[in-house]
Design a protein around this ligand. Structure first.
Ligand code: ADP
Length: 311
């Protein structure tokens, strides 16, 4: 029961009881003869007075409600316009990232090309230090090119209008295994799957999600131990929920929220290769499928990545 209803009922009871007691007391004081007509008058007067009081309280309640509703509507309108502004600025940012990364590729290719030419043509005339400088410059440019192409790839993932297909997840996983045969055969990996459903979504995009998660489970395995990867699903009403669990090195509790951020890595490049873009891409793809992605993990024991997609 709301606070207002409790208040109205309490006032009603108190007024009613006070009315009966006060009127009885008044009648006794004034020595009025006991006659049913007086009881009727008392009753009618109470109904009229309490009815008027009710009307007054309802009016006030309605007025306050209208006021709150108006405030809520104003807030909603503000929120909607903020969301629209945010969506527009996001789109602008994505377009900017696309254009910047696309246009940066060409001059970078030129830098790498000319540096290589310099080394090829004049390498013999340069001393070891100069050649080392060229090597570092080429290495830096190559890394920058990788980052730019990753950024380009990431900005392309922002497209929400992708073709949707109905496909079997088991077949998708078979395709991933055959695409990554060389890595999977080289490493001691065991992938187990339960019964997996037929789903609807961007097939190539979801292939990328499963592939990124599987290859990460292989990459971040415990040295000298077989990598066990278990892929399961759950039907949660309006969503399909998938999980990819591994028995790898795991992730510290504090780092779990960082791993889905673009270019965030937990290990130095010398230890594990990568650019910190895989999970950010997964997040974008899953969000564009109306779902969510998250992970649970225990350092040294393994991690489980979950994602949901709208049916
Ligand atoms: P990358 O692997 O290129 O660094 P990702 O975006 O795929 O980029 O992953 C981000 C970080 O999350 C990785 O650097 C790694 O530290 C951590 N990570 C991802 N998957 C796993 C996993 N299965 N086990 C342990 N750590 C993981």
């Amino acid at each position: 029961m709301s606070r207002t209803s409790t208040r109205i009922i309490t006032i009603y009871f108190l007024t009613g009881i006070s009315w009966i007691l006060a009127s009885d007391w008044l009648f006794t004081l004034l020595n009025y003869p006991e006659h049913p007509i007086y009881q009727t008058i008392k009753g009618c007067a109470f109904i009229i007075v309490s009815g008027l009081a009710f009307l007054y309280m309802l009016r006030k309640y309605e007025q306050r409600n209208t006021h709150y509703l108006k405030q809520l509507e104003e807030l909603n309108t503000k929120l909607k316009s903020r969301a629209e502004e945010l969506a527009a600025s996001n789109l602008e940012l994505e377009q900017f990232a696309y254009v910047a990364s696309h246009d940066l590729q060409e001059p970078l290719r030129m830098i790498t090309g000319f540096l290589n030419l310099l080394e090829k043509k004049y390498g013999t005339q340069l001393d070891t230090q100069a050649r080392e400088y060229i090597y570092f410059a080429v290495d830096g440019a190559t890394r920058m090119r990788q980052i730019i192409s990753d950024l380009l790839e990431y900005s392309k993932m922002g497209i929400k209008d992708f073709p949707k297909e109905n496909f079997a997840v088991t077949a998708l996983l078979e395709e991933i295994k055959s695409l990554n045969q060389s890595v999977l055969n080289k490493t001691d990996v065991l992938i187990s799957t339960g019964d997996l459903p037929q789903i609807t979504g961007g097939r190539i995009l979801l292939l990328q999600v499963f592939q990124n998660l599987i290859l990460n489970a292989v990459k971040y395995r415990k040295p000298g131990k077989q990598a066990l990867i278990e892929i399961k699903h759950k039907d949660s009403g309006a969503f399909w929920e998938f999980s990819v669990a591994d028995n790898g090195i795991g992730i510290g509790r504090d780092s779990l929220d960082k791993i889905f951020v673009l270019f965030q890595r937990l290990h130095p490049r010398e230890k594990f290769s990568g650019n910190g873009i895989g999970l950010a891409i997964c997040k974008k793809i899953i969000e564009n499928h109306g779902g969510q992605i998250w992970a649970t993990s225990e350092e040294g024991k393994g991690s489980t990545f979950y994602f949901s997609i709208k049916k």
